[in-house]
Design a protein around this ligand. Structure first.
Ligand SMILES: Nc1nc2c(c(=O)[nH]1)N[C@H]1C(S)=C(S)[C@@H](COP(=O)(O)O)O[C@H]1N2
Ligand SMILES: [Mo]
Length: 463
């Protein structure tokens, strides 16, 4: 297709209905759900679809208000009010909002995934986003004990050592003081280690919002932790680890190896996409640990301790461990390995036309840059190399695309990313051979979307 003329009429795609599952719909699903957890989530979605809980907003579904075949389009011939009247004044909103026609693009909670809404997760609507940056209001959320809007004038960051000699000058910073220090701004993805975790055993959720939406990507701004530790006189010989601690009730504490601090990568962020962090994402301070699972990106950051060994905190020994096939648990597997997902076409969408469709998706690696992405439309028998849309940045989302002409026959759409260390994203068969199928964390398997003859796209797994 790449060598041919550009398409005259690209095929239409109907959006995934889950984009339109409203709060009451989710609650209805929640009420209906009963049995075991994985099944429970699957049946919850089925119930949502069957029971009419999937509220289809007519405005959004009628996205392709078609041009009449016989000519005389009233949208051209009749001048609309906005072409003849006076528009709204400046500063109608001191802080602007998306168009009302886009209000169904929302982060969503998975029906029945968690017992309480404070220790829960919301997923970013990947199927509705372009490029690589996640709008801050759509950033996924993971809170262990609810979120807070903390008064920055009262927030402090303390640096201390595990003993008197680890840090020569224990220090306390205000947010203002931190913001006057030399800063960096960098684009990075943050992915929860549990992203795609519901899919370990089998297909569980219908759309890419729920299979892969615990990832987001922002431009973060802040001060390298190395700058602060240098000021405080850290002993880098003995102090080979730091402990990061959050100020919320979850007592979130995580060990970070000093190498990641010394190379300048880890920073204390106050900025996100050009403005201050959002409260849901850790305002006023959060740790940015590029390439590492989200749990180490401690929000509401209030303390950094320098020590000589890993801390074995609760979120390192009880949670965030990988259950291996032999029954052993693997600890401290922090890096988010190379991974990708096709966001169009993806589960829940409907291809309304044969012919040209752009396959588009996101790829990333916690080890560096994405080197290439291959796309298959026949379940992995044949692969074509996708275009990488620049910029391609370190430990950052990369957008890929491929031209495709859909012949109306069933297609199994997959993407397979390779990073610049040579790691290749595994198939489920390859991943399960090493990891088994009862794990929660670090599922980076190749995702398969089945495009059926009727155009409906479904989440499937190939054995
Ligand atoms: N203080 C604090 N930090 C936290 C958490 C938390 O609950 N409290 N959740 C962690 C987890 S598990 C993840 S995946 C990320 C989620 O970040 P986000 O809510 O900005 O998407 O924050 C991490 N940092
Ligand atoms: Mo997480």
């Amino acid at each position: 297709m790449t060598d041919d003329l550009p398409p005259q009429q690209p095929g239409r795609v109907r959006k995934a209905p889950e984009s339109f599952l409203d709060r009451s719909g989710i609650q209805a699903v929640h009420r209906e759900a009963r049995s075991g957890r994985r099944d429970f989530i699957r049946s919850a979605f089925a119930a949502a679809a069957a029971g009419g809980a999937a509220v289809a907003a007519p405005a959004a579904l009628a996205q392709a208000n078609p041009v009449p075949a016989d000519g005389g389009d009233p949208n051209i011939l009749k001048l609309p009010e906005h072409s003849t009247g006076l528009g709204q004044p400046v500063v109608t909103d001191g802080y602007g909002m998306p168009s009302k026609y886009e209000r169904n693009v929302q982060r969503r909670q998975s029906p029945g995934l968690t017992q309480t809404n404070q220790a829960s997760v919301s997923f970013a609507p990947l199927q509705s986003l372009f490029g690589i940056v996640t709008p801050s209001g759509l950033h996924f959320e993971r809170h262990h004990q609810g979120w807070w809007d903390i008064d920055p004038s009262k927030h402090r960051l303390m640096l201390n050592g595990s003993d008197d000699k680890m840090l020569r000058r224990p220090m306390v910073f205000t947010v203002d003081e931190l913001m006057r220090l030399p800063s960096v701004s960098r684009f990075h993805f943050i992915e929860c280690g549990a992203n795609t975790g519901m899919e370990w055993g089998n297909v569980a959720v219908p759309t890419c919002q729920y299979t892969h939406g615990m990832i987001s990507c922002s431009e973060f701004t802040g001060v390298p932790l190395k700058v602060l530790l240098d000021m405080a006189g850290a002993d880098y010989k003995r102090g080979r680890f730091v402990l990061a601690e959050g100020a919320d009730g979850s007592s979130m504490t995580r060990t970070i190896p000093m190498e990641q601090v010394e190379n300048g990568e880890v920073f204390v962020a106050y900025g996100q996409n050009g403005e201050m962090l959002r409260p849901e994402n850790g305002y006023p301070l959060r740790l940015v640990v590029p390439g590492v699972q989200g749990v180490s990106w401690v929000k509401y950051l209030r303390r950094i301790e320098v020590g000589d060994q890993p801390y074995g905190a609760k979120d390192e020994v009880l949670h965030y461990v990988d259950l291996m096939p032999g029954g052993l648990h693997r600890q401290y597997t922090s890096i988010q390995e190379v991974k990708s997902v096709v966001t169009t076409p993806s589960g829940g969408q409907v291809l309304l036309d044969r012919g040209y469709h752009q396959i588009s998706g996101l790829a990333w690696s916690g080890r560096g840059k994405v080197r290439r992405v291959d796309v298959s439309v026949d379940g992995g028998r044949n692969w074509r190399q996708a275009r990488l849309q620049g910029p391609v940045m370190d430990k950052c989302l990369t957008r890929f695309a491929l031209d495709w002409v859909w012949d109306g026959k069933p297609a199994l759409v997959q993407s397979r990313a390779t990073d610049d260390t040579g790691h290749v994203q595994p198939t489920y068969r390859q991943l399960r051979a090493v990891r088994g199928s009862r794990s929660i964390y670090h599922n980076n398997a190749i995702q398969t979307w089945l495009v059926q003859e009727n155009g409906e796209v479904k989440n499937v797994q190939l054995s």
